[in-house]
Structures are given as structure tokens and as C-alpha cells.
Design a protein. Structure first.
Length: 349
């Protein structure tokens, strides 16, 4: 058994050494493309700064700052650190193309400044190091595999949390955005001009997303397609309603300012109803958390009173059965029970 474990670790260590050697000697993925894009951006920015329209009497139009377009421009090739270079090369080898596209979409939704291959490399290192830690410290292959599984899901959970946080911040800014868009339209601005004004005034993530919509539209993408792409990135029910209304208005016409005011009123009422529901279900949520934490608290108190009695859960052995199996089984069902309680009190509006 130990020989098999040693062979597995030797294979993983060899693979990691080869990938590390490749990353140090080779170029990071897309370095030539980044160099050409960097040269193109510098030339266009210089040309734009030197150009002045002699027939234009008004003050120059304040456009979107190119420094805000992180989605267009990669990090500069010379500024890429050694760690980023290692992650980029390691991840490019072990990441299939289809998988990379799906991961890149999720990272964009969470606004995580990582590429797909870098994310996969971090996940690979998390699994490898967790497995090694479990084998060295606990000397138990089952426990080591469990820790490795936890290391595999940890980056995914982190991305999910960042994504949920970003969606929540975006939803909180929708109402103010609609008011600003409607006021801009009433002042005589076009929809794009009003959106540009909001993109300059609104904080991220709303301002950043609207700047991306405007930049994509300036590069030749239809406004309808850019709005649909924004809707896919933010995954917001309220913004999906706004996108649908704007697309319908562009097809059939109508007073867009008045429509946005009505949409804002609907969203305001939905937020009020959600607040009432959260208030009325708060007691059930707290009760579920207390019921879930009760066995852990009682177990800790018993350990303080009689440590030997409590440690039998971790030291008991009977054939292939171990006492800590009961602890893992209990924690598993605790998580399931708390999840069911939270789903029951999670009422959709």
C-alpha cells in the first residue's frame, strides 16, 4: 500500500516539476498577442490624443477612459510576475478549450481577475498540496483524499461567493441607475448618451458593466447583443426585466423615460416585498442555525467536562470501522438539514 502511495506522489511531483520547468523556460500563453495588442493600443491612444477637430467649437467630448477597459487589455507582458507566469503555463497544459471557456465566463461573472488556465492551475495546486498535507500529517489515505476533495472545491466556493456578492451589489444599484437613465432621457439625451453619463457617475460594478457595453457597441457590436451579454454576465432578475423592456421599446417605439420610471416603481415594490419576507422569515432562519449548531455546542461542552469520554469518537476502532466516521456522517447530515431549512424559508418574489 505504501509503495502505491509513493508511486502516486512521485508521479505527481514529476508532473509538477516538468510543468514548473516548462513555465520557467517557455513564454506565457498569448505573450505575442498581448505585445501586438499593447502596441496597437499605444498607437491609437497617441493618435487620439494628437487629433483635434478644427470645426468643433464645443468642448471636447469626455469619452470612456481606456484605462478602465480591463476586459480589453491584458496585463502587460513585461509586468507579469513569476507566479502568474507559472500558473498561466501550468493551467494552459491541463485545461481543455471548452472547459476554459466555461471557467472564463464564470470568472467574468464573479469579476475575479484571473484567467481560466490560472484558475485551473490554482485548483490543481490546491488538490496536490491538500493530498500531500493529509498524507504527511494524518498518514491516512481516506482522510487525505477527503482533504484533497475539500481543496478542489475551495476555489469553486470562493468564486461562487464573489459572484453572489457582485450580483447583490449590482441589484442594489439598479434603482438609482434607472432614475439616472430616465432623467437623462427627459433632459434630451439619447439612450447611449444617458448610459454613458451613468457609466461615469455610477460606482462599480454598475459603472464598469455599462462602460463595457458602450465599448463593445463602439467596436461594432449591436446594442441589443451587448445588452443581452450584460444580462448573461450579471444574472439579475431585475436587470433582465430592464433589458427586455429596452429591447421591446427599440422594436416598437414608445416613451422610454416613462417606461423606465414604471420599471423602477415595479422594482421598488419588489424590494419592499422582499424586505418584508426577510423580516418575517428571520426567526425561522435563526432557529435553523441554532438547531444546526446545537450538537456542535453540546459536543464541545461535553469535551470540556469529560475529554476522555468525547475522544472515544475519534479513537474508537472495531475492525474497519472508526469512531470519527460517526462525526463525518453527523456533520454531513447537519449540512443537509440546514440547507433544507434555508430552502424552505427562501421565498422567491
Amino acid at each position: 500500500m505504501l509503495q502505491i502511495i509513493f508511486i502516486v506522489f512521485a508521479a505527481i511531483a514529476t508532473l509538477f516539476f516538468v510543468l514548473l520547468l516548462f513555465s520557467l523556460l517557455g513564454k506565457p500563453p498569448g505573450e505575442e498577442v498581448r505585445a501586438r495588442m499593447e502596441q496597437y493600443l499605444v498607437e491609437t491612444e497617441m493618435a487620439a490624443s494628437e487629433y483635434h477637430d478644427p470645426d468643433e467649437d464645443a468642448s471636447p467630448r469626455e469619452d470612456i477612459d481606456a484605462s478602465d477597459d480591463e476586459w480589453v487589455r491584458e496585463n502587460r507582458g513585461g509586468g507579469q510576475g513569476g507566479v502568474k507566469k507559472v500558473l498561466a503555463n501550468v493551467g494552459s497544459i491541463i485545461t481543455p478549450r471548452g472547459m476554459a471557456m466555461r471557467i472564463a465566463a464564470e470568472l467574468a461573472k464573479a469579476d475575479v481577475p484571473l484567467k481560466a488556465n490560472e484558475y485551473v492551475a490554482i485548483q490543481f495546486l490546491a488538490v496536490t498540496l491538500s493530498l500531500a498535507f493529509g498524507m504527511i500529517i494524518f498518514k491516512n489515505i481516506a482522510l487525505a483524499v477527503g482533504i484533497a476533495v475539500l481543496g478542489y472545491f475551495s476555489p469553486m466556493i470562493w468564486v461562487k461567493v464573489k459572484k453572489s456578492q457582485r450580483i447583490r451589489e449590482f441589484n442594489e444599484q439598479i434603482l438609482d441607475t434607472l432614475i439616472m437613465l430616465a432623467n437623462g432621457l427627459k433632459a434630451g439625451y439619447s439612450f447611449l448618451q444617458a448610459m454613458e453619463m451613468v457609466s461615469r457617475e455610477a460606482p462599480p460594478p454598475m459603472g464598469k458593466e455599462l462602460k463595457r457595453v458602450l465599448k463593445e457597441n463602439s467596436l461594432g457590436v449591436n446594442l441589443e447583443d451587448t445588452l443581452l451579454a450584460l444580462n448573461d454576465r450579471v444574472e439579475s432578475e431585475d436587470w433582465d426585466l430592464v433589458t427586455t423592456v429596452v429591447l421591446i421599446q427599440r422594436q416598437v417605439g414608445g416613451n422610454l423615460a416613462e417606461i423606465l420610471d414604471k420599471i423602477g416603481f415595479v422594482i421598488r415594490q419588489r424590494m419592499k416585498i422582499k424586505g418584508d419576507i426577510q423580516t418575517k422569515t428571520a426567526q425561522a432562519k435563526v432557529s435553523g442555525m441554532l438547531v444546526g449548531a446545537l450538537p456542535i455546542g453540546i459536543g464541545f461542552l461535553i469535551y470540556l467536562i469529560n475529554p476522555k469520554f468525547m475522544m472515544k469518537l475519534f479513537t474508537f476502532k472495531s475492525g474497519g470501522f472508526r469512531g470519527w466516521y460517526v462525526v463525518i456522517f453527523g456533520i454531513f447530515w447537519e449540512i443537509i438539514g440546514m440547507y433544507i431549512i434555508m430552502k424552505i424559508v427562501d421565498i422567491e418574489v
